[in-house]
Design a protein around this ligand. Structure first.
Ligand SMILES: *Cc1c(COP(=O)(O)O)cnc(C)c1O
Length: 353
């Protein structure tokens, strides 16, 4: 008899701190592939095993679904009718989809002009009430926190502890697939919920089922790297809009995850991030810019001889799908020719360049 995959809540219910009888509002998120990419480890010039945890393959195209299934299930369980979040885009799309599934209203507040097309489209398609503000993500987050404190509206940003409960399942999946924790885990850091959730998940498996612990490499974009610089950034800038955050809500916990794991948080420039995005695409994996930060950071650490990958097992988390932000690729695309619909012309072009 086959048993189909039930989504992260039912799969890992015994490991999650959630109300015991809470039903799952699920889109069967999680269970994403851990894809080996030997072509890239070879290019980085060392003998090591490299995998991509491709979180862009979740139902709404980002890892946010792992946390959102738990946050919305819990909100629905206690009778909430409205969910609210601030978002750089992916949280909005995810909150909208899971709220729709639960029959709840969803309100998302986004920084005007700073959300990638595919994310905004998702939020609208799933029926969210989208409000743009002439301000930053950090300002949007302040506002939704205040709104949720004053009114019976469920806050589903990663300040909500149930989001992290769901997101830590990615660490469980990696250990379940590899049979142990990797030596290093590299991932982008924005509001710092995900790095916090991974570390929580790895530590829990370590104490409950005796897997090892990875060293964590968190990567911010140079133009919005408050955790690297040691102070908040008022006007964060980067093409990696998912991590364009100047005051990470879980910054302290992120720094703790880095230090406890004997890892670190570093930054990569937009150029390095886009170059890593192309490198991943060369291996058949298209991710949005923020999602390439993990590889950009790892590559930099190896080149600067700050991390010796030899004989190691390294996992890079690719947080969101490339389709989320098509414009960044199309912009850099050299104009293609439009040719006459003739065999000769096509042959000439293809064979002679
Ligand atoms: C949300 C998001 C991040 C950042 O995660 P945090 O938990 O805010 O640090 C990175 N990449 C993508 C694609 C995201 O959607």
């Amino acid at each position: 008899m086959t048993k189909s995959y039930p989504g992260v809540i039912e799969k890992y219910r015994n490991y999650l701190t959630i109300p015991a009888s809470m039903p799952a509002v699920t889109l069967l998120e999680g269970n994403t592939p851990l894809i080996p990419i030997p072509s890239i480890s070879k290019q980085l010039g060392a003998n090591f095993e490299l995998w991509i945890k491709f979180e862009g393959l979740n139902p709404t195209g980002s890892f946010k679904d792992r946390g959102m299934t738990v946050a919305i299930s819990e909100a629905a369980f206690r009778g909430a009718k409205i969910a609210i979040c601030a978002s750089t885009g992916n949280t909005a799309a995810s909150a909208a989809a899971y709220s729709a599934r639960a029959g709840m209203r969803s309100i998302v507040i986004i920084p005007a002009g700073k959300v990638a097309t595919g994310k905004l489209a998702g939020a609208i398609a799933y029926g969210a009430e989208v409000i743009q503000i002439d301000g930053s993500f950090d300002q949007a987050l302040d506002l939704v926190v205040k709104l949720s404190e004053k009114h019976p509206i469920a806050l589903v940003n990663s300040l909500n502890p149930f989001r992290l409960e769901g997101q830590k399942t990615a660490a469980f999946e990696i250990c379940d697939t590899l049979g142990d924790a990797p030596d290093w885990l590299s991932l982008p850091v924005g509001n710092a919920g995900n790095i916090t959730a991974y570390w929580k998940g790895f530590k829990q498996y370590h104490s409950e089922i005796k897997t090892g612990l990875p060293q964590i490499l968190g990567v911010q974009a140079s133009g919005s790297a408050p955790l690297v610089l040691g102070h908040p950034i008022d006007n964060p800038e980067t093409i990696a809009t998912a991590i364009r955050i100047g005051r990470p809500a879980r910054g302290e916990e992120a720094l703790l995850a880095a230090s406890e794991s004997n890892g670190r948080i570093i930054s990569a420039t937009d150029e390095e991030i886009l170059s890593a995005q192309r490198l991943l695409a060369s291996a058949g994996i298209w991710v949005e810019p923020a999602s390439a930060a993990g590889l950009a950071g790892l590559k930099k650490q190896i080149e600067e001889k700050k991390l010796d990958p030899s004989d190691k097992k390294i996992v890079i988390v690719c947080t969101g799908h490339g389709l989320k932000d098509p414009d960044i690729v199309i912009e850099g695309f050299s104009k293609t020719k439009v040719l006459a619909p003739e065999l000769n012309t096509l042959e000439g072009y293809i064979l002679n360049g």
